[in-house]
Design a protein around this ligand. Structure first.
Ligand code: FE2
Ligand code: FE2
Length: 181
């Protein structure tokens, strides 16, 4: 299997969360109070699954390996764009987290920034994923031999295990902090 197989598979799950965010943005625009819990869960997903785990695999493994290869000018340009886009995605998720904390149930004016940010994140991910799936992942696979691809797949598993542990350590720390207050 090529390492882009699991990455593209992960894109499909990210798209499902994007659809849920778009639906939530539409609900708020129609006058409903923001569903803070749903937005919190989405923030958690985008932080740990989409960023730490998925972007972690891309940046630490695939992109790092590609940086050592004789990429075409176009490939190197897109690689730089993808890394910069990850930074923007991270900032947007943080902004959604902050705006969710400020949203007041029953006050539609406090939902407007959330709607704007959620729509921005949705547009961002759709464009980013399309760029990776349709313009980058397939052509760059020509730079790798079969054994390099297998090593990358194993390294992906290590990222996933690490992020899983980090996530639940963070849950413990946050609960311990709350208990000691
Ligand atoms: Fe990416
Ligand atoms: Fe991706």
């Amino acid at each position: 299997m090529q390492p882009i197989g699991p990455l593209m598979h992960e894109h499909r799950l990210i798209e499902r969360l994007i659809v849920l965010m778009e639906a939530e943005a539409g609900r708020i625009e129609a006058g409903a109070s923001p569903d803070s819990r749903l937005i919190d869960e989405a923030v958690d997903f985008f932080r740990y699954y989409a960023d730490r785990c998925h972007h972690g695999k891309e940046e630490e493994i695939l992109f790092a390996a590609l940086a050592q290869k004789p990429l075409s000018d176009e490939e190197r340009r897109i690689l730089g764009e993808l890394v910069a886009e990850h930074v923007r995605g991270r900032a947007l998720v943080l902004a959604i987290h902050d705006a969710n904390g400020r949203a007041v149930p029953g006050d539609p004016s406090r939902g407007a920034p959330l709607v704007r940010l959620m729509r921005e994140l949705s547009g961002f991910y759709r464009t980013h994923i399309e760029k990776e799936d349709k313009r980058f992942f397939h052509p760059v696979m020509r730079h790798f031999a079969k054994d390099e691809m297998e090593a990358m797949l194993l390294a992906f598993d290590a990222v996933e295990t690490r992020v899983f542990r980090e996530k639940y350590a963070a849950v413990a720390e946050s609960r311990e902090g709350a208990a000691s207050r």
